[in-house]
Design a protein around this ligand. Structure first.
Ligand SMILES: Nc1ncnc2c1ncn2[C@@H]1O[C@H](COP(=O)(O)OP(=O)(O)OP(=O)(O)O)[C@@H](O)[C@H]1O
Ligand SMILES: [Mg+2]
Length: 340
């Protein structure tokens, strides 16, 4: 399998849980191709089905419909032993680290090797190599209780890499960490992706995590994939309500209540869709029109040098002046709409 091939494919995959209080459809008709060597993000609100999805990828949960292909082979067609072999090629880390408290760091990392029948010096050397990779070579005799959250997650990453997996599944791996530690762990995941060529699948509810390291993103909402594609495209032009909500924050295009500003004045919402080059649109507009505008709300960010987001401005009372502004925006092909 070469870089760029699909290492994981989800084909019409669904998962329904049968519970005493009825069926819960956690996933429905999920189609997603994940490229070898990429960092794939999966984002959604709580309960959307993210953890179920990631557990279906390595068959910790068996889907109730459709297929999971790993390196072109359907997990559903494999024997239990073959599924276990495939699972070894998919390391996993979690929000709560799930370390073995009774074992020191070295023994935490050798644990999956012992299960695979590798012990002694080979296992120890491999564990040491990985603990060096994650920057904990001087703590190998420590126990998990002696570590910070970020350090615990480093051990979990080392342990997940012990069996030389091709894929690393990360379920909210940074959700229990502060922003600075989050950034360090994300850097480590990026390094593992670049240096070891491991495909990384990142489950998160934070857009900032996707923005920081992912190449592609799938937005999952109420058991479905709402939209998916390269991060730059999805961020620049989210097409679904949930996409806009996650990317633009609370400033959902259709929902932002404009309860501030003068209620008698006309307002427009300017949408930065990433197509308008990253330049100070507002200052150029006021210079060109020689008319000041009042910015009421702004939620913009820069994605790959392009402006993405929205801004609400109050137009001048004077009709001619207001027309000048809207004319400028139209001439410069900047998307806007009137806000009631
Ligand atoms: N073992 C189970 N039995 C029954 N229902 C389940 C089970 N696991 C998950 N579900 C349900 O499936 C849906 C999706 O859950 P899941 O844990 O995948 O969501 P999530 O997106 O990971 O949420 P969060 O961000 O809170 O972790 C939820 O409605 C949940 O209650
Ligand atoms: Mg979850």
């Amino acid at each position: 399998m070469a870089k760029g091939d699909n290492i994981v494919r989800l084909v019409h995959m669904g998962k329904t849980f049968h519970t005493d209080s009825g069926d819960v459809k956690a996933l429905d008709d999920i189609n997603l191709d994940i490229k070898e060597g990429s960092i794939q993000g999966i984002i959604g609100l709580s309960g959307a089905g993210k953890s179920t999805l990631v557990r279906c990828i390595n068959y910790l949960e068996v889907p109730t419909s459709g297929q999971v292909l790993f390196e072109g082979q359907s997990l559903g067609d494999m024997t239990d032993a073959e599924v276990r072999e495939a699972r070894k090629k998919m390391g996993m880390i979690f929000q709560q680290f799930n370390l073995l408290d009774q074992r020191n760091l070295l023994k935490n990392v050798t644990f999956p090797l012992e299960i695979s029948g590798i012990s002694g010096k080979i296992a120890k050397d491999r564990a040491m190599e990985l603990l060096r990779l994650v920057g904990l070579e001087d703590r190998v005799k420590n126990y998990p209780a002696q570590l910070s959250g970020g350090q615990k997650q480093r051990v979990a990453i080392a342990r997940a890499l012990a069996t030389n997996p091709k894929v690393l599944l990360c379920d909210e791996a940074t959700s229990a960490l502060d922003p600075k530690t989050t950034a360090q762990i994300l850097d480590l995941l990026k390094k593992i992706n670049k240096e070891l060529g491991v495909t990384v699948i990142v489950i998160t509810h934070q857009m900032s995590v996707i923005e920081a390291i992912c190449d592609s993103v799938a937005i999952i909402d109420h058991s479905h994939i709402a939209e998916s594609g390269p991060v730059s495209e999805i961020f620049a032009n989210p097409k679904t309500d949930i996409g806009r909500k996650l990317i633009l924050g609370n400033g959902d295009i259709n929902e932002t209540p404009i309860t501030f500003g003068d209620s008698t004045k006309k307002k427009i919402r300017i949408v930065f869709d990433g197509l308008s080059a990253y330049k100070p649109v507002i200052s150029e507009m006021t210079l060109a029109c020689k008319v000041p505008v009042n910015i009421l709300f702004a939620n913009t960010r820069e994605v790959e040098g392009k402006a993405v987001g929205q801004m609400v401005v109050e137009l001048p009372d004077d009709h001619t002046e207001a027309d000048q502004i809207t004319g400028y925006l139209r001439d410069n092909e900047i998307t806007f709409e009137e806000v009631r």
